[in-house]
Design a protein around this ligand. Structure first.
Ligand SMILES: Cc1cc2nc3c(=O)[nH]c(=O)nc-3n(C[C@H](O)[C@H](O)[C@H](O)COP(=O)(O)O)c2cc1C
Ligand code: SF4
Ligand code: SF4
Length: 417
């Protein structure tokens, strides 16, 4: 039987049975699908952004990036907010909250002016929402009064957040756009406007592929295309970076963050928890695999906690933050020379080629025996370790201190999978 630990965690005063939520998108846009998601084990949803504006969507509207055998390394969508009438969405939200009182119903809203933000906040509060998420970040709205154009403008973020906060008693979360250098700026503006939490990240403006048949980008909409939002595994590094930077900013350290962008597995989820997100959201991997992936996330996280002796999920939140430091604070006094396990080496030569063509010509090649030998020119960059196709064949080995540097204890990474 699968091991299940208590993964419950409080987020903005709301009890969540686990940290796993569907992020605002087509995966949680009506009654039937959210009912199925709740039954599958998701603790809550951020209901697909609702507004007074009803979008006129294009077709097709999705594209993917791939690399060799891997499909869906990234996902592009040109979709806007809910295409359903406001009243229909409110009816679904009310019904779902009544039928699933222990599940968390966060609702994403988007207005085009202050008055619309107020109306939407009031209506979703009356419908029974537990949390309100303000969408300041959709990158493909056809109106510039909405979406990521708003999220890049701190004055508007503060103004609209305040309008929402004044229209509800519920905790308000501001969802950030990554289409900006410093997310701290709009995040601080949202907090000034009364937001209690920050959501990050929405999709990144992108062109995934150029179609050489129609000479436009993908997807092709009657021979034209547009720049629009990128999500999925490819954006995880960017999401983790933004969340870390916000959590390390003195004005935001104590602001709870709901994190998303490329969460596919329990391991991805753990990484977001370790940089300080205490609630997690998922869309792209659900679009690819369906709601059932939450079972693996729950099971994987449970096993990890059991193995490492964590009783509470919150004890893991932010544990990596003190160890992510500015570049100038890194210990640069040593180099770690890789060690080749000749029993595992298959003599493919990839380490030799990469080191010669892209590093420091620090690998000599024994042609006779198809054997790589590391020489004195090695700087310890670990390119060879990263290109070697055999698991654990090249691992960190001897620590060599640079000339004139004081020797001291060095902690190393030993497991790469
Ligand atoms: C098809 C699609 C539609 C989306 N619609 C919305 C939306 O209505 N509101 C919103 O705040 N975010 C929307 N998003 C963004 C997601 O909520 C999420 O922030 C983003 O996709 C990153 O998470 P992921 O990598 O798990 O997909 C949408 C994403 C996709 C792929
Ligand atoms: S660590 Fe870098 S320099 Fe040293 S052998 Fe590997 S690739 Fe070459
Ligand atoms: S890349 Fe790995 S397997 Fe291939 S030659 Fe180098 S050490 Fe051996």
């Amino acid at each position: 039987m699968a091991l299940v630990k208590d993964l419950s965690i409080e987020f903005l005063g709301v009890k969540c049975e686990n940290p796993f939520f569907l992020s605002s998108s087509p995966v949680c846009s009506n009654y039937e699908m959210i009912k199925k998601a709740f039954e599958a084990g998701w603790a809550g949803v951020y209901y697909k952004t609702i507004g007074i504006f009803i979008p006129d969507e294009c077709s097709p509207r999705f594209d993917i990036t791939r690399k060799e055998g891997a499909v869906w390394t990234g996902f592009k969508n040109m979709e806007m907010i809910s295409d359903k009438p406001l009243e229909k969405n409110l009816e679904y939200i009310k019904r779902l909250k009544e039928e699933f009182p222990t599940k968390v119903m966060a609702v994403s809203i988007m207005g085009s002016d202050e008055e619309e933000w107020r109306i939407l906040a009031k209506k979703v509060t009356e419908a029974g929402a537990d949390l309100i998420e303000c969408n300041f970040s959709c990158p493909q709205m056809t109106s510039h009064a909405m979406g990521s154009d708003v999220g890049q403008n701190p004055e508007l973020v503060e103004k609209y957040t305040r309008a929402v906060v004044e229209s509800t008693h519920l905790p308000v979360i501001a969802k950030m756009t990554p289409n900006i250098g410093n997310m701290e700026v709009p995040a601080l503006a949202a907090v000034k406007g009364g937001a209690k939490g920050i959501a990050a990240i929405n999709t990144i403006k992108s062109i995934t592929n150029i179609d050489i048949e129609n000479l436009t980008a993908m997807p092709v909409v009657n021979a034209k295309s547009s720049i629009s939002g990128y999500s999925g595994a490819a954006v995880k590094p960017i999401a983790l970076r933004f969340i870390t930077q916000m959590k390390q900013h003195e004005g935001l350290t104590d602001i709870p963050i709901t994190g998303m962008g490329g969460i596919e597995t329990w391991n991805d989820a753990l990484e977001f928890l370790l940089v300080g997100a205490s609630n997690l959201q998922v869309t792209t991997s659900v679009m690819q695999y369906g709601y059932r992936i939450v079972e693996d996330m729950i099971s994987g996280l449970s096993h990890f906690m059991e193995e490492k002796g964590f009783d509470k999920l919150e004890d893991m939140v932010g544990l990596a933050l003190p160890n992510i430091v500015p570049a100038e604070d890194l210990d640069r006094s040593f180099k770690i020379i890789p060690k080749i396990d000749y029993d595992k080496c298959v003599g493919c030569g990839r380490c030799y080629v990469s080191c010669f063509d892209a590093a420091h010509q620090a690998i000599d090649w024994d042609k006779e025996n198809r054997k790589p030998i590391i020489n004195d020119k090695c700087v310890g960059c670990h390119l060879c370790l990263n290109v070697c196709p055999v698991l654990d064949c090249i691992l960190p080995g001897e620590v060599k201190f640079k000339e004139g540097r004081q020797e001291h204890e060095i902690e190393m990474k030993h497991k790469y999978i």
